[in-house]
Ligand binder design. Sequence first.
Ligand code: T4K
Length: 369
Amino acid sequence: MKSNKKRKTNSIYVTKPALSPLKRFTKELETVWDSGILTHHGPKVQKLEKGISNLLGLRNFTSTSNGTIALQIAIKALELKGEIITSAFTWIATVSAIKWEKCTPVFCDINPKTLNIDPDQIINKISSKTSAIMPVHVFGNPCEIEVIQRIADDHGLKVIYDAAHGVGANYKNKSILSYGDISATSLHATKILNSGEGGGCVTSDMGIKSRLERIRFFGHNSDSSDILEDGFNGKMTEIHASLGLANLENFWEVLKDRKEKSLLYENFLNGNKNLELQDVNRDDSNNSYFPIICKDEEHLVRIKKMLNGNKIFPRRYFYPSANNFHHIVNYEPCPISEDIAKRILCLPLYFSLEREQIKIICNLIDTLK
Ligand code: T4K
């Protein structure tokens, strides 16, 4: 895949979508135009579902309109009630999905090195109302899946992974999407594989798979003559699937590029004693983001301001810690997540970002001790 120079502007943002050549996309669109089928699980969506399953070695992939809806459909399909334990260090969608499904998010603190939910602390959060654990593979860094599954089994809990960042990441030589009762991912424009907007669920249980499909399609039975349960419209369109199909072809190239650029960042920044980096196995992670952890918030603000002054726009993912969204959740202290959220900054990382630009970013950061 050529990096699309035409899209290059002077500014460097945290990410840019990895896009196939436009011709590849329009080729997919031609058949959509010819058929006039734009949605309702049409041929492009089916092809994308198969394509992603084959790409990642999954039993199936149930596409959705976005990653947030994937989480909601997953909660509905497992009929979860009461409390769901999740990471405090996450994007708001994890929390909103739980709340829209009339469950209560219970926040668990994280491991300060991996930035993923701390399994030791999950146990302290389990109550008689807990129905599930929803860990997040933060920035595509796999959670401690076996330990989490053991806790879930011991306490009779379901596991839904928020694998929004997870396409292309592995755990024990298998895609991280193949773990848990359901894994839910995102194909948003900012993700490593994108269909503009989009997402999907993965499960190895065919009964649950049917429910995911039904809920995604208003709750219809197979011939649409009846409604079997509460559902909604969670379908992906043929247009989005076409973009996903076009982008799928470059996926391995994009994945490899992320790893190389992450290693480059790591090499440049390792000498900077004021920064910490996420503890990541770069072979298992998909390296979908490159976060730095500053020594304090003031250090972060200075770095961000200085980079912005040079037209470089990193992002504070995730800030604030989700347990601090006081308008919508009951505050429970998660001191590690709260501390990291104040100090973490995701640096630009995308296919058309040049290696020289990474060097410039790191040199600029090094000037601020
Ligand atoms: N769970 C977790 C853990 C998540 O992180 C997310 C989403 C979800 C669940 C839910 O998945 P979705 O329902 O979104 O599928 C982004 C994304 O909107 C969101 O998908 C993502 N996580 C979150 C971490 O980040 P913003 O607010 O950073 O987007 P924005 O518009 O500021 O874009 C960032 C940069 O990307 C811009 O500076 C320029 C570039 N960009 C962005 C878009 C949208 C482009 O070049 N083209 C584009 O089309 O949210």
